[in-house]
Write a protein that binds this ligand. Structure first.
Ligand SMILES: O=P(O)(O)OC[C@H]1O[C@H](O[C@H]2O[C@H](CO)[C@@H](O)[C@H](O)[C@H]2O)[C@H](O)[C@@H](O)[C@@H]1O
Length: 363
């Protein structure tokens, strides 16, 4: 839906799922599911008339109850159905491993809600040492990238693994590893230099505009208790997780009034956050494609990208995998959600278990 020239996309909206009747993996290269979720436009069409409704819709209340933890009286019918279409990547690990067999796995990991649990204060979303060890072990086996809405430096400071690729600002700020990694099985200088030189910043011209908008929004948001503006370099996040629901309308109005003067920026909605970013054709899916190309896998049939993420912005990457007919998208969620991912995991702890299992399988 477009409101005053700004596109708003609900991120956590709980909707009915119509992605085929049964789980099929690998997913079809092109199919109804891709058409249904083609970009943000279809989804916005399901939105209820206003920003406020959209923000409220981003607070799902029905938790996903997987069969293994079902309690008496739980509404199992919907969950069973959803789980059948998006089975646990842990439960179906053998299926996934069989599909990846003989192929080069490339791992893509979202940060918030995937490697660290969602917390109230965005600056406190730390990653546990156990999770860091699991990611480090994966990166020893496969090329591994962090793909986040956060600024690249900020997400690096949380993850602190120099051997990874980082794609910050929703993929608009990409940099290769700054330390050698074992997955480069031929550690010659030329190859290492090539890897380190990977850099892509398709929205660099927007940097002054984003800075200007940040300086305008901070004093406006100061009047709304609990609101927080986060500078993610090529994007901005306006957090409302700690804002009284009665003030959400005022917050949305303030953001909308400021954005009216910036037609080259667009708005999406994440988990209790409004995300402002350049209106260019670049997203986490494009970042995934760029990195596969930089790694030399653009046209290779023997590559198996795995993308794990929890948010609406990760759907762009799941869609790329569907369109390529390659790899596996894994959605981290406790709620049944419309998604193009093939598998699911319920929380970061399960992501950690999955990463560990993958490392053990490959060693
Ligand atoms: O792509 P991601 O790495 O998932 O980044 C998306 C947004 O994540 C962060 O916000 C979310 O996590 C916070 C910490 O748990 C939470 O407080 C907030 O409500 C969530 O929306 C990050 O702070 C944002 O800048 C990112 O856009």
């Amino acid at each position: 839906m477009t409101q005053h020239g700004v596109v708003v996309v609900p991120e956590d909206t709980v909707v009915g799922v119509a992605v085929g009747r049964h789980f099929s993996f690998p997913p079809p290269r092109t199919g109804d599911s891709c058409k249904m979720l083609a970009g943000h436009i279809d989804l916005s069409a399901t939105m209820i008339g206003s920003w406020l409704d959209s923000m409220k819709a981003s607070s799902p209340r029905h938790k996903l109850v997987a069969p293994r933890v079902a309690a008496a009286g739980d509404d199992m019918e919907h969950d069973d159905d959803w789980m059948e279409k998006h089975p646990s990547a842990l439960g179906e690990f053998e299926t996934l491993a069989a599909a990846a067999s003989g192929k080069q796995i490339v791992m893509f990991l979202d940060y918030d809600g995937t490697l660290s649990p969602i917390v109230e204060d965005p600056d406190s979303a730390i990653m546990t040492d156990e999770m860091r060890d699991a990611v480090r072990a994966v990166a020893e086996q496969f090329p591994t990238a962090i793909v986040s809405g956060r600024g690249r430096d900020k997400v690096f400071n949380f993850v602190r693994l120099a051997e990874l690729y980082y794609a910050g600002s929703h993929g608009m700020d990409i940099q290769g590893p700054t330390a050698y990694s074992n997955h480069l099985h031929t550690p010659n200088k030329e190859e290492e230099d090539q890897t380190r030189s990977v850099l892509c910043q398709p929205a660099s011209e927007f940097l002054p505009m984003i800075g200007e908008l940040h300086d305008l929004l901070v004093p406006k948001m100061a009047s709304i208790p609990g609101a927080k503006v986060e500078n993610n370099k090529f994007c901005l996040s306006v957090h409302f997780r700690c804002v009284d629901e009665k003030k959400w309308g005022a917050l949305a109005d303030q953001v909308r009034s400021v954005l009216r003067d910036y037609p080259r920026l667009r708005l999406t909605q994440g988990r209790k956050v409004l995300e402002i970013r350049p209106a260019i054709k670049w997203d986490k899916g494009r970042a995934l494609e760029f990195l596969l190309g930089a790694l030399g896998f653009a046209d290779r049939a023997d590559v198996f990208p795995i993308y794990i993420g929890d948010d609406r912005t990760d759907e762009d990457a799941f869609k790329v995998l569907r369109n390529r007919g390659q790899g596996a998208g894994i959605l981290v969620t406790r709620f049944p959600k419309e998604t193009l991912a093939s598998f699911s995991l319920r929380e970061p702890a399960e992501v950690k278990d999955f990463l560990r299992k993958l490392v053990m399988y490959k060693s």
